[in-house]
Design a binder for this molecule. Structure first.
Ligand code: FES
Ligand code: FES
Length: 157
């Protein structure tokens, strides 16, 4: 069946044999956007986080049929080297990644949080950014989230 949606602001139609295929497989294997990662496959780790209509979603557990008509954003669409998103800028400044595998998911979760709350407390971060990092970069990530919030607030002045 055909499923149409926007990916990083580009309208596309994909043909899938099973409408319950996880969106993650379509993003990685059909659309060749490899920034979104597979970790647990059970909505537990957050490595596969992307945005659907600006809300953070764990794409390993989201059937592609539900993306019909929606606006999907992946880490590739968040920003780029010339125009990094405040979250990407903060991640660079704080040199957050270790192996890097989990980081796109954390950045997408953070970007979604900052859309709702551009001045999160440590408690807000603990309650909302519940992804898993096997390299335990949590301390640097917390600093980067606060820095990203600061950059976001500055961009609104
Ligand atoms: S791969 Fe989706 S939450 Fe872990
Ligand atoms: S940086 Fe390695 S898993 Fe998070």
């Amino acid at each position: 069946m055909n499923i149409s949606f926007k990916i990083n602001n580009e309208a596309i139609t994909v043909n899938v044999s099973d409408e319950n295929t996880p969106l993650l497989w379509v993003v990685r294997d059909v659309l060749n956007l490899k920034g979104t990662k597979f970790g647990c496959g059970k909505a537990a780790c957050g490595a596969c986080t992307l945005h659907i209509d600006d809300v953070a979603v764990r794409s390993c557990s989201y059937a592609v049929k539900f993306a019909e008509g929606k606006n999907v954003t992946t880490i590739e669409g968040l920003g780029d080297a010339e125009n990094p998103h405040p979250v990407q800028q903060a991640w660079i400044e704080e040199v957050v990644p270790q192996c890097g595998y989990c980081q796109p998911g954390f950045m997408m979760a953070t970007a979604a949080l900052l859309k709702e709350n551009d001045n999160p407390t440590d408690e807000d971060i603990d309650n909302n950014i519940i992804n898993i990092c096997r390299c335990a970069t949590y301390y640097r990530m917390r600093k980067a989230i606060h820095r990203a919030a600061e950059l976001t607030r500055e961009s609104k002045l």
